[in-house]
Design a protein around this ligand. Structure first.
Ligand code: G1P
Length: 274
């Protein structure tokens, strides 16, 4: 079972300035729910009850969101508005939230390494990048599907999807052998390759299940693309030993790290309630 989920949430969200000047990008709402809450709900639905969040300066609103607001609850008690807090109360009551700060932006690999203090090294854990909003209208959530893959292969699992060839320089790109429908044993992976050098168009999406030896590997992984410690490079060490599975998931993914994807997600969720 995967019980713990890590949320790297230290980034500045510069694409959304000025909205993110004083507010964490993870708190930007799609309709009435902040992005990170969608991620936490997906993790809970997959069986996780420990949410470990790597934050940074100016991110306190995330901690307040996953806590009781007595004054507010007192004010709306007995009114129809009480229902609006139902979903978040359920998360607060059933999950434990822990936090640490990444003091300098040194890359996703480094942010995940900071989570070691919260997660320990005893068991595999999930990672969700809240910017990548994933939903499966037809069934199990994306992380829940990945947990099933992990239970079979017992090694690191990463979510992938096909992207336009011209977009391969925006993602970690994998190549591998398809060993079952939609399941690949990864043989190579590269962080944001030049379009002409991308080995495939299979892109890594912000959902990972990592075995805990990844922490030691990250420790010895040198800074890569953009001078940052990349989780893609650390995973390549496991992949060379045949210990990374890439899973082409069922469902939709919205890139809420940019304005176009954010608007698409908003329109999608708005249609669901109309
Ligand atoms: C990160 C990863 C990249 C992955 C992407 C998915 O990049 O480094 O491998 O494809 O998330 O969203 P970022 O988008 O944070 O630059």
């Amino acid at each position: 079972m995967i019980k713990k989920c890590l949320f790297p949430a230290a980034g500045y969200g510069t694409r959304f300035l000025p909205a993110t000047k004083a507010m964490p990008k993870e708190m930007l709402p799609i309709l009435t729910k902040p992005l990170i809450q969608y991620g936490v709900e997906e993790a809970k639905d997959a069986g996780c009850d420990i949410m470990a969040i790597v934050t940074g300066r100016g991110k306190r609103a995330i901690e307040d969101h996953f806590d009781i607001s007595y004054e507010l609850e007192y004010q709306i008690k007995g009114t129809s508005k009480e229902d609006l807090l139902h979903q978040i109360r359920e998360l607060i009551d059933n999950c434990t939230f822990t936090y640490t700060r990444q003091k300098e932006m040194k890359g996703l690999g480094d942010a995940i390494y900071k989570g070691k203090a919260l997660l320990g090294e005893d068991s595999a854990f999930a990672v969700i990048l809240a910017d990548d909003l994933c939903v499966n209208p037809k069934g199990d959530g994306i992380l829940k599907q990945m947990v099933q893959v992990f239970e079979k292969y017992k090694c690191s699992v990463i979510a992938i999807m096909e992207v336009d060839e011209s977009d391969t320089n925006k993602y970690g790109i994998i190549s591998g052998q398809e060993i079952e429908e939609n399941i690949f044993r990864v043989t190579d992976m590269v962080e944001k390759p030049e379009v002409s050098k991308a080995p495939t168009n299979l892109a890594i999406i912000g959902r990972y299940i990592l075995t805990p030896d990844i922490f030691d590997i990250i420790k010895y992984t040198k800074p890569g693309k953009n001078g940052e410690v990349q989780i893609t490079d650390a995973l390549l060490t496991q992949a060379k030993e045949g210990r990374v599975i890439a899973y082409k998931f069922d469902g939709l993914r919205f890139d809420c790290g940019n304005v176009d994807g954010f608007v698409e997600a908003t329109n999608y969720f708005y249609k669901q309630i109309k």
